[in-house]
Structure formats: C-alpha cells, structure tokens
Design a protein around this ligand. Structure first.
Ligand code: AMP
Length: 533
C-alpha cells in the first residue's frame, strides 16, 4: 500500500491534522487526546522549541519568546498594514528582513514566518507519524480562499522547511464542503460561511455527487474572531482607564493578559448570557497590583461586535454576485470556524440567508477532515468498497476558482487584468509582448494580484525580467508570456520567444519570498532545534 498522506488545517489560531483510515476520515489526536493544537511556537532557549497547546500557555509567561498568529503575516511584506498591526499587538519582536521580508527576532536568532509555520507543520507531521507508526511526509494543506500567491508560496515553502511535501493546497471552504458532502451523493448548492480567528471567507459551491465546484468566493482577510476579542479588549481597557486613570494598553504584558481574558470571555458568550472578566493582577501602579473585574452581558458584547458580523454580509453579497446566484438558490449553509458558535453569528447568518445554518459538523475540524479526504483521494488510498461507509475517499473532483485577479502593470501606475477573479483553476492565459526600443535586450513585467486598476492598491507578486532573446529593431521581437495559476492557486509565469520558440530566462525580483539557499538553511536549522515534549 502507498504510504498515506495527511490533511492539515494550518489555522491562524489552531491547527488540526487528519487521516483517512479504512475509508473513514479521522482527526488525529495528540497523546493527551487534544484534537486541535494552538498554532503557537515557544522558544525556551538552548535551541529548543515547544509547539501547540503547551506553547500557548507561555503567551503570558514568556510573551517575547512565544509566537502566535503567524498566519496573519506569512507571505506579507514588512510595510503591510497587517504586519504593522501585528507589531503593535504582539509582545514578540517583528523586524524587517531582506527585500521587505518579515523576521521574528528571538535573542540573536532571526526566524522567517515560513520557519515558524514549519514548526507547526512539523508538529502535525510528528503527531501523524506517531499515531500511524509510519513516517509521514506528504500532505494536503488548507489555506484561506483569499490567500494571494505570496501567501500560498510562503505556505508551500513552510512545508518544504518542515520536510513535508505539500501535494496540494486547497481552499478552506472547499475542504469544508468536501467533508460535508463527500460520499453522500448530494445535489446541492451551499454556502460555506467560514469565520476563523483572523480571516473570513464566504464561498458558494455546487455539490453534484463527487464533483465540488466553487461558483464564487469572496473574503476579508482582516475579519475574524481576533477582531471580536479586540473590541471587547478596547471596551474594557477604556472602562478601566475611565475608572482608574490607568491605561492597560501601555504595558505589553498587561495587554496580553487582557487579550487572553477577552478571548476566553468571547468563547463563553457562545453558551452564557453574561461573563465576569476578572484579572487579579492586571497592572501595577504606585500602590501595587491592580485588579480588573467587569461583568459583561451578552447583549453588551453583541453591541460591540454587531458591525463586524454585518461586515461579513458585504462579503456574502460579493460572493453571491460572483456566483451569479441569490440566497434563494441555496440549499444549505455550512458553518466553519470557532466564532460561528456565537449565537449572534448564527442568528444573523440564519436571517441573511433565510436558512437555518448547518451546525451538525464540528466547526473546528471540518476543514482538516476535508484536507484528509482530498489527500487520500490524491494518493488513491483509503478506498472503502463498503457503500455504507460514511465517506468514500476516491475520485472527488474539486473545481476551484482564483479569488483574486492576476494583473500586469501598464503605464502611469495602472494595471490591466490578465486572469479575472473567480476564474476556474487551473488556468493558463498568454499575451504577446514586443520590444518598444531598437536594441532592447530585456522586457520587464510587474505582476500583481488584486481588484483595483491602480498598482498601489494591488499586491505585487514580483517583477519579472525576460532576457536572452534576439536583439533587434523595436517591434521585431515577439515574446509570448504565459500566466498560469495551478490547482493550488500558485501563479507561474513563463516566457517564450515566438521566433525561436526558445524559453526565455526569467529573473524574479521584488519578491520577499525565501531563496532556495535560505530554505535549505532553514531545513537544516529546523532539524537541529529539538522539540520539548
Ligand atoms: P479557527 O481559526 O477556526 O481555529 O478559529 C479560531 C477562533 O475561534 C478564535 O478567535 C477563537 O477565539 C474562536 N473560538 C473558538 N471557540 C469559540 C467559541 N466557543 N465561541 C466563540 N469563538 C470561539
């Protein structure tokens, strides 16, 4: 039998790993029975590393050595607003690396976000290896539908650093729909409402037996449960300032304590009408330790986050529009992500779609299970001939779309679209470019992803320089440039001299992605860092 491949939900807040065993998809627990693992990495020193729920406990004790929410900054440049926001929120040091890359500074060592994610992936791989008793080195990893090429490429590199071959990256909502519909022979059009820790996506999928077609998707990479925590945090910090004249936000340790307490309180609002937020030693003033204690009602909490929930419906409007359908065309709404347990979210979603949301699936592991099902399908393992088995695992056909338009820079800061968003992937489009000057020996192309026609409002993927073609008079050389997006959503650009048919040399600059030698070094360094049990 082939060695099995696993499915990994590499989440902002939590990660989860799954496998299909005897035709049945399962979440792999750790030795303590935990099914989900905090996406947190703690460096205690002496080249050791702690990953997961144990590491999460260090967020307060060792905030400057404990890395959380790395997914928010992976594949982003140092000047991105998300990185600036992380710098103001996190007690660990986020600094600028080469080519506007981002690095995390721990003592004298610099870690890339890819490396931090690799520690999490390595942990998932280790859990699976221990559970199955065979060394696992292949996986399907999920990413938010809205991830651009830089973020996807960085995730792929994280896999390589972890010694894991990522067979495919699939979008989280597609994975959720796969775990909802696979093997049930459904004919349904569904919405996947995925509100995670840091991102929100809404995707419309058509399930037709074992074909899963994404009709449209839209997302907001700045909307998630963390924002709910932040609203409560701001509210309580303001009250504390008003009552005691002390700003909790002025001390990063106090801020971290309040952040944790607010997250816990938020989770409790899923099942409680009121929550007492109590931190005995929130901050010190001249008189000693001060206590924070406020009773917050669910109504009050709902008022703080209502506009965030409403914001998600703008994205829903966009996704429905992209899918060319209305809420009346839908048969179901699948809920994914921890915050969808909140009554305010469930009620608002039910109201918007005019449908009772499906809460039968566990919103924490539905994505990982879908990834596991797809991994098994790709490896053609886990086939179960018993028709009554809950999931058949061979032959699912995922027809995904690209969530962002691929564009090239033209003149005057404008861009022109090459591949429109919501185009089914994989896809290939080509364009012919010619030289504009006599004797020109290179052609520059700046490639972007985004929906605006202005360069500055899109994300730069890189600057491609083609050279090595015949030097001639202007207009005499025709270069065909092929823009391709593969099944994992990764962008590939190739160029060919139409005259000679020769493939052109391409140099990619302006990318903050890791170089091959950096990846090799990080693989070696990762092997030398010892996990602490
Ligand atoms: P995910 O990215 O799906 O792991 O979701 C993580 C987010 O879900 C974090 O913001 C958590 O605080 C939040 N979360 C987890 N459990 C609950 C719950 N019971 N109620 C509300 N939010 C939750």
């Amino acid at each position: 039998m082939n060695k099995p491949a696993i499915g990994i939900d590499l989440g902002t807040t939590n990660s989860c790993v799954s496998i299909v065993e005897d035709g049945v998809p399962k979440v792999i627990p750790n030795l303590w029975g935990d099914r989900i693992h905090a996406s947190v990495v703690f460096f205690p020193g002496d080249d050791q590393v702690v990953v997961g729920n144990e590491a999460k406990r260090q967020v307060i004790l060792n905030p400057d050595r404990t890395i959380w929410s790395i997914k928010r900054i992976i594949g982003r440049k140092s000047f991105a607003s998300e990185v600036k926001k992380a710098q103001s929120m996190c007690a660990y040091r986020i600094v600028e690396g080469a080519n506007y890359g981002v690095r995390i500074a721990i003592d004298e060592q610099m870690f890339s976000p890819e490396e931090i994610s690799a520690f999490i992936l390595r942990e998932m791989k280790m859990l699976a290896t221990e559970y199955l008793g065979v060394a696992i080195d292949e996986a399907v990893v999920t990413v938010p539908a809205y991830f651009n090429d830089n973020q996807r490429q960085a995730t792929l590199d994280a896999g390589r650093i972890a010694g894991l071959k990522i067979l495919r990256m699939i979008n989280e909502p597609t994975a959720a729909a796969l775990s909802y519909g696979y093997g049930r022979n459904l004919r349904q059009r569904v919405a996947v409402y995925d509100l995670g820790g840091g991102t929100f996506d809404l995707s419309i999928l058509e399930i037709d037996g074992d074909i899963f077609e994404v009709l449209g998707t839209s997302g907001d990479s700045y909307l998630g449960g963390d924002d709910f925590d932040f609203r409560l945090l701001s509210h309580l910090a303001d009250r504390f300032l008003e009552d005691f004249g002390v700003d909790i936000r002025s001390n990063k340790y106090s801020l971290q304590k309040l952040r944790e307490a607010c997250e816990e309180a938020k989770k409790l609002f899923s099942s409680h009408d009121e929550v007492l937020v109590s931190i005995p030693d929130i901050i010190e003033d001249d008189m000693g330790a001060m206590k924070l204690e406020y009773l917050v009602t669910r109504e009050e909490f709902n008022g703080l986050v209502m506009d965030l929930v409403q914001r998600s419906f703008r994205v829903c409007d966009e996704a429905l529009h992209a899918a060319r359908c209305t809420v009346q065309d839908l048969d179901g709404v699948i809920m994914v992500g921890g915050p969808t347990r909140l009554p305010i979210v469930r009620e608002a979603v039910g109201y918007y779609f005019g449908l009772e949301p499906d809460t039968s699936l566990n919103p924490d592991d539905v994505v990982a299970l879908g990834a596991g099902i797809h991994a098994a399908g790709l490896k053609q393992t886990g086939f179960n001939t018993d028709a009554t088995a809950p999931h058949q695992t061979v032959g699912a056909h995922l027809l995904d779309v690209t969530p962002l338009s691929l564009q090239i820079a033209t003149v005057g800061g404008y861009t022109e679209s090459i591949i429109e968003r919501n185009t089914p992937i994989p896809i290939e489009r080509s364009r012919i470019f010619t030289t504009v000057r006599d004797g020109q020996d290179r052609v520059h192309l700046r490639v972007y992803q985004g929906e605006s026609n202005r360069e500055e409002e899109c994300t730069l993927l890189g600057e491609f320089i083609f050279s090595g073609f015949r030097v001639a008079n202007r207009g005499d050389v025709n270069i065909e440039v092929v823009f391709a997006i593969d099944a994992s959503g990764l962008v590939h650009v190739t160029a060919r001299d139409l005259e000679s048919g020769k493939q052109q040399q391409i140099t990619l600059t302006m990318s903050s992605a890791l170089t091959e030698s950096e990846i090799q070094q990080m693989m070696l360094r990762g092997d030398g860092i010892v996990p602490v049990a």
